[in-house]
Design a protein around this ligand. Sequence first.
Ligand SMILES: NC(=O)c1ccc[n+]([C@@H]2O[C@H](COP(=O)([O-])OP(=O)(O)OC[C@H]3O[C@@H](n4cnc5c(N)ncnc54)[C@H](OP(=O)(O)O)[C@@H]3O)[C@@H](O)[C@H]2O)c1
Length: 266
Amino acid sequence: MSAAIPPILLVGFGKMGGAMLAGWRERGLDSAVAVDPAAPASPGPEVIVVPDAGAILSDFAPAAVVLAVKPQNADASLPLFARYAGSAVFLSIMAGKTVAGMRGLLGEAAIVRAMPNTPAAIRQGITVAFPGPGVTPAQRGLCDTLLQAVGQVAWVEDEGLIDPVTAVSGGGPAYVFLLAELLERAAVEQGIPPDLARLMARQTVAGSGALLAASTDDAAVLRKAVTSPKGTTERALAVLMADEAWPALISRAIAAATARSRELAG
Ligand SMILES: NC(=O)c1ccc[n+]([C@@H]2O[C@H](COP(=O)([O-])OP(=O)(O)OC[C@H]3O[C@@H](n4cnc5c(N)ncnc54)[C@H](OP(=O)(O)O)[C@@H]3O)[C@@H](O)[C@H]2O)c1
């Protein structure tokens, strides 16, 4: 029986590339070559790790080339993989690298541009992907399978939406972790011992996320279920939900990150 995932060339075997490779292996990976100058240890017999493009055997024929290097390494590294442009689909998870910018480095390649997030490390990510020109339905299906291995996947047909996606779900874990930090700090301010404050903050964020994931209710419904009239939570939410507080701050933060993503685009 053939493997669920055909041969893949992974460029950049760091945090994100490593998480994806682990997900593919769980699903049944035919074979992969991972290119990374740090040459981390191979995670298994079906994966060959090489330090540079020159060390890839000439008969290796990947169905997809997954670009998972930092964006600042793209200009130097992408042209080394242009030889696969006729036969493989390129799947880029690099922040800020547009399809047009990558085509400038790869030629007339079929490129899917995707934005995952760090919960991919535990297969709980959300990736939003955009298919560039010339991506066939089969190539799109393969990219969908590769991304599904680390969480949920959604597709957009407008590349411009990748900027707000970067701001909301790409960076989103950072905002949630900030909430955990601030809850912990506020608990200590109210006299709770630091160890207990840390436990409460972490488990509140983690447990609320799990409840949200397990529920079909809107977040607002789950919020209201915690909020009794004239109670303690209502008092806190009156502070947080004042016009100038979270509603305005979150809008401004997301607008700022979206604008920065547009500035970085190239
Ligand atoms: N982390 C996130 O939240 C997130 C979310 C969405 C998208 N992304 C995107 O995912 C990409 C990877 O991010 P990451 O957090 O996984 O970074 P990372 O851990 O630094 O991984 C990048 C890896 O690529 C290696 N590398 C550098 N130059 C290379 C080359 N020329 N050829 C092959 N490999 C090379 C790096 O090695 P060295 O360490 O030796 O340089 C490193 O192991 C980035 O483009 C980022 O924009 C990240």
